[in-house]
Design a protein around this ligand. Structure first.
Ligand code: ADP
Ligand code: MG
Length: 140
């Protein structure tokens, strides 16, 4: 079964929306295989978003992602990567489809509540950034 990495970002935690967002995710058919709460350092956040290092928003992104705890979650579902991207909506909540997580809960393109892997290959890399194999629980 396909896996993807979600991160409930620091704005999601600060706004006390962890439960609301996980409810929408699980009601959409995703199964939780692993979950942690971590407070990233600037170095760790920058490493996660390495591909964006040269982008103009990189410093703001690192500051935001290290501004408080976040909740990485390994999700499993058929077609998990694409289905999760559809569930969360466009990067900018102003462009996100009605009913998507970002449309419902996000304030801005930077503080947009949730991360979702953009390919199966990147999902495996990103899952490995936060979880060891033994941390992923088999579904009963
Ligand atoms: P996504 O999270 O939808 O895959 P990207 O990979 O393009 O989006 O960007 C990673 C994250 O960087 C976004 O989720 C958002 O938090 C931030 N970001 C992207 N573009 C901008 C921007 N133009 N201004 C501010 N923050 C941005
Ligand atoms: Mg991305």
């Amino acid at each position: 079964m396909e896996k993807t990495l979600a991160i409930l970002k620091p704005d999601c935690v600060r706004k006390n929306l962890i439960g609301d967002v996980i409810k929408q995710i699980t009601e959409a058919g995703f199964r939780v295989r692993g979950m942690r709460m971590v407070w990233l350092t600037a170095e760790t956040a920058g490493g996660f978003y390495e591909v964006h290092r040269e982008r103009p928003f990189f410093q703001d992104l690192v500051a935001f992602m290290s501004s408080g705890p976040c909740v990485p979650i390994v999700l499993e579902k058929d077609n998990a990567v694409a289905d999760f991207r559809a569930l969360i909506g466009a990067t900018d909540p102003a462009d996100a489809a009605e009913g998507t997580v970002r449309k419902r809960f996000a304030d801005s393109k930077g503080e947009n509540i949730v991360h979702g892997s953009d390919s199966v290959e990147n999902a495996a890399i990103e899952i490995g950034y936060f979880f060891a194999g033994r941390d992923l629980v088999a579904l009963g």
